[in-house]
Design a protein around this ligand. Structure first.
Ligand SMILES: O=P(O)(O)OC[C@@]1(O)O[C@H](CO)[C@@H](O)[C@@H]1O
Ligand SMILES: [Mg+2]
Ligand SMILES: [Mg+2]
Length: 287
């Protein structure tokens, strides 16, 4: 057994790798697509199936543990992160990619105790890349150590972000003006792969220097946040405060200097916290 409160990470790796077969075998097939919170927030039978299998396999082994799963929450389960050992699961991060066969889709699993992430796994299925980090143990890609770039100068950065599922005017104009502001600094480039989990892992590899996102959910970024931190990167809220996986805002960067600069430049649009229903912020779309 590992130090992570009884949760044995190699077992979890195996579970994830087995489920990736389910994702890959469905990848080329026609999918029945349903909409969730917006016309760009999609779910397929494979998302639901993978989440069910993962939860039942982990629950079998750790019956006392709790779960926060994207599709369980979409089905009405209450989302609450407590001090209890908790698995935070995104069965397919990049469902739009999955539906269109755009080849970046990931299974993302984080494990928390006392609300602190102990380890995170992001498996980019088509690329066959397993990103992994354990608190205090470093970050790895297919077993090789990962290091963020350490870049300090925003004008030499590749910055990754996502235009999420929101389609209301305030969100769209904020997202597009944020990209414009960064390009005007200037940065070397702005990129988007369509999966927050894999996007953030690019910061851990040093292939990108920063990632920011407003409107994602805890399951999109819980695992990749510890992977960035353990690769020597910095993770914070877009307002410059401490990272809070429930806030729906994140900056992940190669250095504190780059993270601070992005926090100064970008603006957030309102969205309810993941752990708060109907917060009254007036946001529409993916809440
Ligand atoms: O619903 P999914 O696929 O688990 O996650 C949605 C997502 O991949 O799409 C957005 C980018 O378009 C990101 O906010 C997020 O990571
Ligand atoms: Mg996701
Ligand atoms: Mg998903």
């Amino acid at each position: 057994m590992s130090r992570t409160s009884g949760a044995h990470t190699p077992d979890t790796h195996l579970c994830v790798l087995l489920q990736s077969e389910v994702v890959l075998s469905a990848f080329q097939q026609h999918k029945e697509v349903k909409l969730k919170s917006s016309p760009a927030d999609l779910v397929t039978e494979t998302d639901q199936r993978v989440e069910k299998i993962l939860i039942s396999a982990i629950r079998n082994r750790y019956p006392q543990h709790r779960f926060i799963g994207e599709e369980s929450v979409a089905a009405g389960e209450h989302l609450e992160l407590t001090d209890s050992p908790t698995w935070i699961i995104d069965p397919i991060d990049g469902t739009v990619n999955f539906v269109h066969r755009f080849p970046f889709v990931a299974i993302s699993i984080a494990f928390t105790v006392n609300r602190q992430t102990q380890f995170g796994i992001v498996y980019s299925c088509v690329e066959d890349k397993l990103f992994y980090a354990q608190r205090g143990g470093g970050a790895f890609l297919n077993g090789e150590p990962l290091h963020a770039s350490g870049q300090q100068d925003i004008s030499r950065c590749v910055v990754v972000t996502e235009i999420g599922a929101e389609r209301d005017d305030v969100a769209l104009s904020t997202m597009t003006s944020n990209i414009r502001r960064l390009l005007q600094l200037p940065v070397h480039g702005v990129r988007a792969l369509g999966t927050a989990a894999v996007d953030m892992c690019q910061v851990a590899t040093g292939g990108a220097d920063a990632y920011y996102h407003i409107g994602m959910h805890c399951w999109d970024i819980a695992a990749s946040a510890i992977i960035v931190q353990e690769a020597g990167g910095v993770v914070m809220d877009t307002d410059g405060s401490e990272f809070d996986m429930m806030s729906r805002r994140v900056i992940a960067a190669s250095s504190a200097a780059v993270a601070d600069r992005i926090a100064q430049v970008i603006q957030a649009f309102p969205c309810c916290r993941d752990d708060e229903d109907n917060c009254g912020c007036g946001a529409t779309g993916v809440n």
